[in-house]
Design a protein around this ligand. Structure first.
Ligand code: NDP
Length: 386
């Protein structure tokens, strides 16, 4: 019998939804790179489209786990030494956590987690796990690669348009009974004809480029390895060998690289000083890729005309986090990858990984980040080893 400790975000303040806005979600057969969607064995314990990422949703895991004699503990209290998470950690064989509500698995916590064998991210992005400590303790780290990549790409496109068109302040004018057109449009532009660049053109970054092409923008990208000539030609991409080169020519910059030590604070005062005045920066990758206070300074100075995204540090962000109140921002809590559509896929992928782990079968290499004491699988490339 295994003990599975699952850390999920709290239920809606008004209670678990009795019904949903839509009756179903489209069935997605596969991902753009040919990878198949999750393939758990047997019934999944939820209806696709249900809210499964919160405490009452339990990722739909309880029926399978209890039928197979395992123990499921679900908590949302995760921070501080006396959190429920800390209290249960010593007995856990598996910890499941979502990037939206991360249970930070630090070296100290690994030392306490004597039984831990698998740290499973229900979603994508496992920087809340100390990967070095996981390797040292022989803990496997896995995430549900591609499950919510398109969900995030859609959020990026939404944020680009929201910031450039000045949608959010204009919506506020409508909400509060106003009609001052000049207030709404004095910061509103067309995206058409602008230079758009992404730093990181992997699963999400490339999906963003593909979605923005029909807007007649000129597309740029930077990452360490070039995309194929076919993709560059199809999308009319300009490759930049450094992020500095890209930010100097782009009007809108999207940040889509994983967080690991050498990408932390990629955007600091020096990087902002290179950007075109009045640029927009979108970050749905990780909050720590940007120097928190340098973002605020860039907005106040006008280097940035807007900053938007959904990732912060720490999470949940404290009420006085300056990104909540800085000007010209389109921030949300960390939601882009947690749409009900994304949840259905990452919950099914979590079940697939759990089933393989509990049955002693190999976990798909595209889900692995750390295994056998070292970076492993597709995650080895994402987290800096290539
Ligand atoms: P991928 O691994 O597919 O893509 C990341 C890209 O970043 C790769 O193409 C890689 O290319 C590039 N890259 C890595 N390191 C560097 C570097 N030092 N400099 C420049 N480019 C680099 O990841 P995804 O697209 O699936 O996800 C990206 C990130 O988005 C995740 O790590 C996660 O943090 C975040 N995310 C956020 C979500 C949300 O809900 N907001 C949900 C899902 C993911 P190369 O190796 O050639 O450099």
């Amino acid at each position: 019998m295994a003990t599975i400790l699952c850390v999920l975000f709290p239920d809606p303040e008004g209670g678990y939804p009795p019904k949903y806005a839509r009756e179903s979600i489209p069935a997605i057969a596969g991902y753009p790179n040919g990878q198949t969607v999750p393939t758990p064995i047997g019934p999944i314990g939820f209806k696709p489209g249900d809210l499964v990422g919160c405490v009452s949703g339990e990722l739909g895991l309880r029926p399978y786990l209890e039928a197979n004699g395992h123990k499921l503990i679900v908590v949302s209290d995760k921070d501080g030494q006396n959190s429920e998470f800390d209290r249960h950690l010593p007995e856990a064989d598996v910890v499941i956590s979502q990037p939206f509500w991360p249970a930070y698995l630090t070296a100290e916590r690994f030392a306490k987690a004597k039984n831990l064998k698998l740290a499973l991210t229900a979603g994508i992005g496992s920087d809340h796990v100390d990967l070095g400590a996981a390797a040292q303790h022989g803990v496997t780290v896995a995430e549900v690669t591609f499950s919510n990549s398109i969900s995030v790409a859609e959020h990026v496109v939404m944020t680009v348009l929201s910031l450039v068109r000045n949608y959010l302040p204009s919506h506020e004018v409508a909400n509060y009974g106003g009609w001052n057109i000049a207030d709404c449009v004095s910061r509103s532009y067309d995206l058409e004809g602008m230079e758009f660049g992404t730093i990181g053109a992997g699963r999400i970054g490339l999906a963003v480029l593909r979605r923005l092409k029909p807007f007649d923008v000129r597309l740029h990208y930077h990452q360490r390895h070039r995309l194929s000539e076919d993709i560059e030609r199809d999308l009319g991409l300009t490759f930049h060998p450094t992020p500095q080169s890209l930010v100097q020519v782009c009007d809108v910059v999207n940040l889509q690289v994983p967080l690991y030590p050498s990408t932390e604070r990629m955007f600091d005062d020096a990087m902002f000083a290179l950007m075109k005045p009045g640029s927009y920066l979108i970050n749905t990758a990780r909050g720590k890729l940007c120097d928190r206070d340098a973002v605020v300074r860039a907005l106040k100075r006008g280097t940035l005309a807007g900053y938007g995204g959904d990732v912060w540090f720490p999470q949940p962000a404290p009420p006085d986090h300056p990104w909540r109140t800085m000007p010209h921002q389109g921030m949300t809590p960390h939601i882009s990858g947690a749409s009900l559509s994304g949840q259905a896929r990452y919950a099914a992928g979590t079940l697939e990984i759990l089933q393989n782990f509990l049955d002693g079968k190999p976990i798909r290499s595209e889900y692995l980040i750390v295994a056998g004491g070292a970076l492993s699988g597709v995650g080895a490339a994402s987290y800096g080893l290539k």
